[in-house]
Design a protein around this ligand. Structure first.
Ligand SMILES: Cc1cc2nc3c(=O)[nH]c(=O)nc-3n(C[C@H](O)[C@H](O)[C@H](O)COP(=O)(O)OP(=O)(O)OC[C@H]3O[C@@H](n4cnc5c(N)ncnc54)[C@H](O)[C@@H]3O)c2cc1C
Length: 543
């Protein structure tokens, strides 16, 4: 072996790449592993930065931040690395502004959004329908999902247009899509949306901050520590920063990985960068056309995340939680804000400018953007919002080697035709990254799961005895799925679901019309729904 001969080269030192490296090292300490990273830091789409705050500087996450107790892969890693979590603060009044600039700004204390009874009814029936479809999705092989082709032929937007009745709910669902993925509902396949929700355990998990949901907990000291600790365990000498991979060549004996300054030989490669960036690497021989077509057509979301620090958490003093949700038609630049007060008590708010608003506001002057954010905060939380200590923002579309965030999505028609090629190894090249995860795809936990799965694939080739029986079986299952996946014939989803939909719709509209004539019954209904939901769920409109 020469100095430039490695067993495994991993492209990308985000959570997926470093989790892969760590698992490889744990299974066989003799393996020569090199992680090549384009940025001058590890962590990828996680980034923890120090900014001025009430008591000196403190840390905030400008990339991935929340974890939930059902996200087993990230929670296990947090535990193993000796890090600690703390709950997201969500006590007090929440603010909801949807339906246009002149629409009423609502505040509510309950865990349900302050929707009118009719919209709440609409919300309930829509989520019920989506959740039922979600339950039918096969995450490992989406083509096995009943009516896969039909579901993949429509966008999230077209589904909402067909199945939501009120314009307020349509506005809300746009907000949801934007804050979830940085994309508009019109840009995403409905089947992809269902797959994404199924991988998280259901639609409501994406919305909520209740136990098990996506916005439940945060990591003390920030999420970038996960990657820093992993790099420490893998050995910093095995992680080369500022080393973007430009080409991967393969022949019968080796893979050859090139950066601007080096050519390195190895036995296996794990590529963990987001699919739209993996598509920019030159491959020789060329990758199968299905893979090329897929990755060239998976757009990345767009988000600008901001943190504003304050002397005191004035919103808490005024009995606000810090949670504001605002629709794109309200002239507010951000979609959502939350309390981001640090564990050491430094007051802060975190917010997201996302989707079409991110692309509109991204080209404006930073000062203009900041003023627009502040004036909306003043409008919703009061004049104290103007007296901040520090405003810091990160536009992920402008970040080299990320090119947007939080996740690549799939446009209609891609999943049903090209999905297997997302994870199917190409010779010595294996694919990871959160986009390839089957649990919590798009999240930090998914990034870890995908990295570990790719590491096991490589171990199966290089040192199969290190795999357990269960791991071998899981890999065989994946292989079988990849090689047998076929296009599901087009079906009559619309006809089959129409009769049920007509009955449900007729019953619900009838009930709504009846109730609309009796305002006190409406009020009772609102209280009833509020109680039912507050006993079971808490909705938070992010991730
Ligand atoms: C603003 C924002 C908010 C988010 N919020 C949450 C949240 O609350 N909870 C949650 O779980 N997730 C959240 N996410 C998503 C989460 O951060 C990602 O899912 C996760 O970090 C992805 O990890 P990864 O390793 O798959 O990809 P990445 O982190 O993107 O890692 C890929 C690495 O590859 C490198 N790279 C790219 N091209 C090359 C090349 N040619 N050569 C070498 N290196 C290359 C990149 O620099 C990067 O370091 C958020 C993300 C953002 C940005």
């Amino acid at each position: 072996m020469t100095a430039d001969m490695w067993d495994v080269i991993i492209v990308g030192a985000g959570l997926s790449g470093l989790s892969a490296a760590y698992l490889l090292k744990k299974r066989d300490a003799k393996l020569r592993i090199l992680v090549l990273e384009g940025k001058d830091r590890v962590g990828g789409r996680t980034m923890t930065t120090e900014i001025p705050s009430a008591n000196g500087v403190d840390h905030w996450d400008f990339g991935g931040q929340w974890v939930g107790s059902t996200q087993t892969h990230v929670l296990e890693l947090i535990k193993e690395l000796g890090l600690e979590t703390y709950p997201q603060f969500n006590i007090g009044k929440k603010v909801l502004h949807v339906g246009g600039p002149s629409a009423k700004v609502r505040t509510y204390r309950t865990s349900t959004p302050a929707l009118s009874p009719l919209v709440l009814l609409d919300f309930t029936q829509l989520i019920w329908k989506i959740d039922r479809l979600c339950a039918t999705v096969c995450v490992q092989d989406p083509l096995k999902t009943p009516f896969a082709v039909d579901l993949d032929s429509m966008t999230l937007h077209s589904y909402i247009e067909q199945h939501a009745w009120t314009s307020e709910l349509k506005d809300e669902m746009g907000l949801f899509s934007r804050t979830l993925s940085g994309m508009e509902p019109s840009q995403m396949s409905f089947l992809f949306f269902l797959l994404y929700a199924k991988a998280a355990g259901g639609v409501l998990r994406l919305l909520e901050s209740t136990p098990g949901s996506a916005q439940e907990l945060k990591i003390k000291g920030g999420t970038q520590q996960l990657s820093e600790c992993l790099a420490e365990r893998v050995g910093w000498k095995n992680v080369r920063l500022g080393s973007a991979v430009t080409a991967i060549w393969q022949d019968a004996e080796h893979a050859r990985v090139t950066t601007a300054t080096d050519t390195l030989l190895c036995r296996a490669v794990i590529v963990t960068c987001p699919p739209h960036l993996a598509a920019k690497i030159h491959y020789e021989p060329a990758l199968p056309s299905q893979r090329e077509f897929l990755t060239q057509n998976m757009p990345m979301g767009h988000m600008i995340k901001f943190i504003i620090t304050y002397q005191t958490a004035f919103w808490k003093e005024k009995d606000f939680s810090g949670e504001i949700v605002a629709g794109s038609s309200t002239n507010c630049p951000f979609s959502a804000t939350f309390d981001a007060t640090s564990p050491s008590g430094n007051a802060a708010l975190v917010g997201f400018i996302a989707g079409k608003q991110a692309s509109q506001w991204s080209s404006k002057e930073a000062g203009e953007r900041r003023e627009a954010v502040l004036s909306s905060l003043v409008k919703y939380l009061g004049p104290e919002a103007a007296s901040f200590i520090h405003y810091e923002e990160k536009d992920w579309a402008k970040e080299d080697y990320s090119g947007g965030c939080p996740v690549n999505v799939m446009a209609p028609g891609l999943l049903t035709y090209y999905h297997p090629s997302l994870t199917k190894p190409c010779g010595r090249i294996h694919w990871a990254g959160t986009e390839t995860a089957t649990e919590w795809c798009g999240y930090m936990s998914g990034a870890i799961q995908a990295g570990q799965r790719a590491a096991l694939e490589v171990l199966a080739e290089l040192c199969p005895t290190t795999l357990t029986q269960d791991e071998q079986e899981a890999l065989w299952h994946n292989e079988a799925v990849n090689s047998h996946a076929q296009q599901t014939p087009s079906t009559n989803l619309m006809y089959l679901s129409t009769s049920k939909a007509v009955v449900i719709t007729a019953l619900t509209i009838g009930a709504a019309l009846l109730l609309a004539r009796r305002p006190n019954v409406l009020q009772n209904l609102k209280i009833y729904f509020t109680n039912v939901f507050s006993k079971t769920k808490s909705y938070t409109f992010l991730f």
